[in-house]
Write a protein that binds this ligand. Structure first.
Ligand SMILES: O=C(O)CCC(=O)C(=O)O
Length: 372
């Protein structure tokens, strides 16, 4: 029996509700809350990409991309129900027998099931692979949302599962292109060879040409079911593509960035939606390709997943759903034509003697991660 006075329970409930409210207001940038809340503070900007003032959206997105390299976006068109269904799908898949999942092992193109300890995102600092499992969908056609490689028949045997996946994959691709167009406008990319500056990135994103884009379901078991001394769920790394979009769940914290601003590790909290029917703001981060292309102006920020204290206590699993958006394999990583990047001498694509393609870049990164 609890020794707590019933009123203290109410006090805790009230405090939690207050924290939640404050966090919502604070996270959504309300000017009414000036006090510093360490427990729930959000170091990242939240940008509503559906605002009427698109010049402001371009400025806000570019500011976030050139400082933290991470932000939240709202004004996307994902519903709460869709995201709930996706997480349910992921949850059910990872519950399937291990032997079944192992029938679809990850291959050299990064497609398939990555088993526990199969991926080491920080090979310099971690001897063992990450205590997580993942399912990657690669070789994607964004006209249909299909992969040209075999995917577990558990998805294809049920048309509702398959439809959900395909629809989400196509829309995440489109959302990543929208973000790239906003960034292109913010950077004021010049028109070249009949190509509008706004389309400079998206022209390298033909939906039915091969690319390294990957849709990924991730499952990190709670620490209580693992070696209790393991502290890192996904080693520190940067992402290999252009932009990454990520869904996470409430009470499954752990994502952290090494902030280029504060030069310390900071948590990326779950930010609730302002509207019950709409999915929460999506985490967006800049990847290596976009940083390289922009001569380091846009930040590809180091991040990792840890076991925060509250999650150690509850033993809570973490599920996340990620879309790594890459340009077509043959896209040349040449400097972006705009004055702000032209002036950044000796960095990234401005410094390269030999231009490499997006595919060559990805192969180098994957070889280091998986030890191929
Ligand atoms: O699960 C997460 O929150 C992070 C995933 C991630 O960083 C990755 O898979 O590269």
């Amino acid at each position: 029996m609890s020794s707590k006075h019933p009123l203290s329970e109410i006090g805790i409930l009230f405090k939690d509700a207050l924290f939640k409210l404050i966090n919502q207001q604070y996270a959504h940038g309300s000017k009414n809350f000036h006090f510093n809340i360490t427990k729930m503070s959000n170091p990242l900007k939240i940008v509503d990409i559906s605002q009427d003032d698109q010049a402001l959206v371009q400025k806000q997105l570019l500011d976030a991309a050139t400082t933290q390299g991470f932000l939240f976006i709202e004004g996307h068109d994902f519903t709460q129900q869709e995201v709930d269904s996706l997480f349910e799908l992921s949850n059910e898949f990872f519950k399937l027998p291990h032997e079944y999942k192992q029938k679809f092992p990850i291959d050299a193109s990064n497609h398939g099931y990555s088993d526990f300890a199969g991926e080491n995102l920080d090979p310099k600092n971690q001897k063992k692979g990450d205590p997580k499992e993942a399912l990657n969908f690669c070789a994607l056609n964004f006209k249909t949302g299909d992969s040209s490689k075999p995917i577990p028949d558990w998805f294809t045997n049920d048309s509702s599962r398959e439809e959900l996946l395909r629809g989400v994959i196509v829309r995440l691709y489109k959302l990543s292109i929208r973000i790239l167009e906003i960034l292109a406008q913010g950077l004021e990319i010049e028109d070249t060879d009949g190509l509008k500056g706004k389309d400079w990135f998206s022209a390298k994103y033909a939906p039915d040409k091969s690319s390294g884009s990957t849709f990924r379901l991730l499952h990190y078991p709670g620490q209580k079911s693992l070696n209790p001394e393991s502290v890192v769920r996904a080693g520190a790394h940067t992402d290999y593509g252009a932009v990454t979009l990520l869904f996470q769940r409430e009470n499954q914290a752990g994502l952290e960035i090494y902030s280029p601003v504060s030069k310390q590790w900071e948590s990326v909290p779950f930010v609730p939606s302002n509207d019950a029917g709409v999915a929460p703001p999506i985490v967006v981060n800049i990847g290596d390709l976009l940083s390289y292309w922009t001569a380091g102006l846009l930040k590809s920020t180091i991040h990792r997943v840890k076991f925060p204290k509250e999650v150690q206590e509850t033993g809570q699993d973490r599920y996340s759903i990620v879309f790594f958006s890459h340009p077509n394999d043959d896209a040349l990583l040449e400097p972006v034509p705009c004055s702000v990047i032209r002036n950044r001498e000796g960095r990234g694509a401005n410094n390269a003697e030999v231009k490499i393609t997006a595919r060559e870049h990805l192969q180098r990164r994957l070889a280091a991660t998986y030890g191929w």
